[in-house]
Design a protein around this ligand. Structure first.
Ligand SMILES: Cc1cc2nc3c(=O)[nH]c(=O)nc-3n(C[C@H](O)[C@H](O)[C@H](O)COP(=O)(O)OP(=O)(O)OC[C@H]3O[C@@H](n4cnc5c(N)ncnc54)[C@H](O)[C@@H]3O)c2cc1C
Length: 398
């Protein structure tokens, strides 16, 4: 019998993007060897949730993990934006986007990061094409014409057809390949925490714009009570650091003020976590037998739910290119194949990083002219279904 020989791929970094990439490639019978230096039993400490748009949900269905994740995932049915700084007599300027306006049932789902990681890792561990190396990283790599050789921090050597960096924003592979980045910092932190509230969220996400950055309340799934949400509060680093150190009672008083009472009596549940906000774009997404995926390639502020969703688009593109190459008996790490990925993804990720950078600048502005323009734009959106539909489609990447 003429048995087909499947290539092997090496993935460095097993965050959510590494897990999704590994799962899709294992499904193609590719042998996937992964390296993750950090103890993955700490995965459950990530309190973040990710607002995944529908293309990502389709990927979870394709892998076969959606049935397990869905019971913990909250459908995102409405998106409301409120301008807290506006001085209109009728109250703050606000606009509500509904999925029905573009003929869909919901914008996506809010999925807890820890559940997603657990399910993807569980799925991978059952797959015979998956090899996991925890507490080990890639110390060096050498690309040749027909394979790539890696040497690990524990002295192991192995080779494959393709090396994929899913190492996050400080990718060591990217640095070794001397791929430059364009970077912007905002002196801004994002604080993430969960809250309980007395008013139902009614499946609605609310983004409150003020100075310093948005305060976004994203609904969580919790039986029929609809009384829990995740908050992502982006603000000047001094403001966030001060709020981070407050006692719970004082913090809750601040939360009532920040949330404008829209979810009623609001209270912190659990811990607060904070992250620096930045934008970053790699000047290229490939080098010889090497590909950059997700935050190794692009970083954007956590506004507009674009970060991981853009990463999922990278992964879908790479998966399709690899599938086609395998079908045509081509080498999946060849220059010709990787150039397709760079051509398809670089312009799109560039425009997304730039778009989210502008959105963040507008949401954190203290400039009174821009604040008035922002407020008037929200008021105008209420009167323009066409513009609302255009913006919804842009946000969904359609
Ligand atoms: C507060 C906040 C809220 C967000 N909300 C959303 C949202 O609602 N929707 C959305 O789409 N996006 C969101 N994002 C963005 C999203 O979280 C990131 O895009 C995503 O976590 C990046 O995933 P990643 O796998 O690329 O990187 P990471 O999660 O950083 O994973 C990288 C992995 O690589 C490992 N690693 C590091 N160095 C090495 C090395 N040298 N060798 C091997 N492994 C290495 C790390 O240990 C880690 O496990 C949010 C981000 C933040 C900060």
């Amino acid at each position: 019998m003429n048995e087909k020989k499947y290539p092997s791929v090496i993935i460095s970094g097993l965050g959510i993007s590494g897990l999704i990439t590994a799962s899709l490639l294992c499904k193609e019978k590719i042998k996937v060897e992964c390296f993750e230096p950090v103890d993955i039993s700490k995965f459950h400490e990530d309190q973040r949730t990710t607002a995944f748009l529908n293309p990502a949900i389709e990927v979870f269905k394709e892998i076969g993990v959606w049935e397990q994740i869905e019971p913990f995932s909250q459908p995102l049915k409405e998106m409301e934006i409120i301008d807290a700084g506006s001085k209109k007599k009728i109250g703050p300027a606000r606009v509500i986007f509904k999925p029905k306006e573009v003929n869909i049932d919901n914008f996506g789902y809010n999925v807890p990061n820890n559940i997603l990681r657990l399910e993807l890792l569980g799925w991978l561990k059952k797959n015979q094409n998956f090899v996991l190396n925890i507490g080990e990283s890639i110390a060096n790599h050498y690309a040749f014409d027909d394979n790539i050789l890696v040497r690990t921090s524990k002295g192991k050597e192995l080779n494959g057809k393709l090396l994929i960096s899913c190492e996050g924003k400080n990718s060591a592979i990217r640095k070794r390949e001397k791929i430059n980045t364009i970077k912007t910092s905002y002196n801004q932190l994002a604080m993430v925490f969960q809250v309980s509230h007395s008013k139902k969220h009614n499946d609605r996400t609310t983004e409150i714009l003020d100075v310093g950055g948005p305060f976004t309340i994203i609904p969580l799934r919790n039986s029929s009570k609809q009384s829990k949400s995740t908050v992502v509060w982006m603000d000047n680093s001094d403001v966030i650091n001060e709020a981070y150190n407050l006692e719970n009672a004082e913090f809750n008083t601040l939360l009532s003020k920040k949330s404008l009472g829209i979810r009623g009596n609001i209270k912190l549940v659990g811990k607060r976590q904070k992250w620096w906000v930045s934008s970053q774009l790699s000047k290229t997404l490939i080098s010889k037998r090497t590909v950059l995926i997700a935050e190794s390639a692009h970083v954007m502020p956590p506004t507009g739910a674009q970060g991981l969703n853009t990463s999922v688009e990278d992964i879908i593109t790479l998966h399709n290119i690899c599938k086609k190459a395998l079908k045509n008996n081509e080498d999946i790490g060849a220059d010709r194949v990787l150039k397709q990925y760079n051509r398809k993804r670089l312009p799109l990720t560039g425009s997304k990083v730039f778009g989210i950078h502008l959105l963040n600048k507008i949401s954190m502005t203290e400039n009174s002219f821009l604040k008035i323009a922002r407020e008037n734009f929200l008021m105008y959106l209420n009167r323009s279904p066409l513009l609302r539909r255009t913006l919804i489609k842009a946000g969904l990447g359609r």
